[in-house]
Design a binder for this molecule. Structure first.
Ligand code: NAG
Ligand code: NAG
Length: 316
């Protein structure tokens, strides 16, 4: 489970108030569009990249010092300083679809910081979770992107890569395509990892629980940078990560009714071309693994003398 989220109980009244207005506005807008067209209300807000106000799908979990709503809600920033970690979360829960966001990570000396972007179910002890965790570094040294998958509370499936660009210089999108057959982690349009449904050989797979979408930035100096040897230096704070693209192209779970998302076979992400990686994607994934892979739990013989069952099937 990701730490740091606990540190963020305070919510700013101003953000609340504007959230109410925005909610009102979008409620009105939804009614309007529902009357006119759009049979897609249960599928989130369509494209991941179109202009969607942050407060349509998300809310801050921080105070005004640690959360900034910018550019008419088209961007937000999370701020980590000596006083607090910070975070935001989705207003809704989802089950299957494409979920992602564009991020520009903490620039300069970010050693010891962890910026997490993840989806997690609210089912303590048995949670499903899909994680992107960005481990900061001293200036000029590369971030590590760690991904992980939890199903029924079982995690320990870390993979780590370097990125092929500087993630602090520009926005890049980080997303998952999630359906009954597979979870593909993407960086922009490049698949960096696939976690297949291997329930037939007893491997748990997240396919029944609704997840919320979260991001947090927190002090992870005890393990993050150079395996915890490089500590966070508050001289460089505040540490600021910037986000945009707040659409969610996924099945929204209404009133806990997960069954309708599970049965929704006409969604684009359920179609056959999304049930396996295409040949081109297989090549791209191989390129990432060959050039940027740092760590794969499947190859960690010390930790797993017998590799977990799914490793023979998820590509190494
Ligand atoms: C930080 O930079 C060092 C030196 O280049 C590298 O070994 C390490 O993997 C980088 N990333 C993290 C998160 O430690
Ligand atoms: C933190 O960074 C400042 C500025 O570079 C430096 O003077 C100081 O020694 C650093 N502190 C630690 C504990 O490394």
């Amino acid at each position: 489970m990701i730490q740091g989220i606990q540190a963020m109980a305070v919510t700013d009244d101003k953000i609340r108030t504007s959230a109410r207005w925005i909610t009102f506005f979008f409620a009105a807008w939804s009614v309007f569009t529902a009357l006119n067209v759009m049979p897609v209300l249960s599928q989130g807000t369509g494209s991941l990249t179109g202009p969607v106000h942050f407060l349509e799908n998300y809310e801050s979990r921080s105070d005004a010092q640690h959360f900034r709503l910018l550019n008419s809600g088209q961007q937000v920033q999370l701020v980590l300083d000596e006083y607090s970690a910070s975070g935001f979360g989705s207003k809704y829960q989802y089950l299957f679809g494409k979920i992602g966001m564009s991020m520009k990570l903490v620039p300069g000396n970010s050693a010891g910081t962890v910026t997490a972007y993840y989806m997690s179910s609210q089912t303590p002890g048995l949670h499903d979770e899909m994680d992107f965790e960005f481990l900061g570094n001293v200036s000029g040294q590369p971030y590590i992107l760690q991904t992980n998958v939890y199903a029924n509370g079982e995690g320990k499936r870390e993979q780590r890569i370097y990125l092929w660009f500087d993630p602090t210089a520009e926005f890049h999108s980080y997303s998952v395509l999630w359906n009954k057959q597979q979870i593909i982690f993407y960086v922009d349009n490049t698949p960096i990892r696939v976690y297949k449904n291997n329930k037939d050989i007893g491997v748990p797979y997240p396919d029944s629980k609704a997840v919320g979408i979260y991001s947090t930035i927190w002090n992870g100096e005890n393990w993050a940078t150079n395996d915890g040897w490089t500590k966070l230096n508050w001289t460089y704070s505040p540490f600021v990560a910037t986000y945009e693209s707040f659409g969610v192209d996924a099945c929204r779970v209404e009133n806990g009714n997960t069954a309708s998302c599970i049965a929704q076979s006409n969604s684009w992400w359920m179609q056959s071309e999304y049930q396996t990686l295409g040949a081109h994607q297989v090549d791209e994934l191989a390129w990432v693994r060959k050039n940027y892979l740092l760590y794969d739990y499947c190859a960690d013989k010390k930790r797993f003398p017998v590799a977990p069952a799914e490793c023979a099937r998820n590509p190494l």
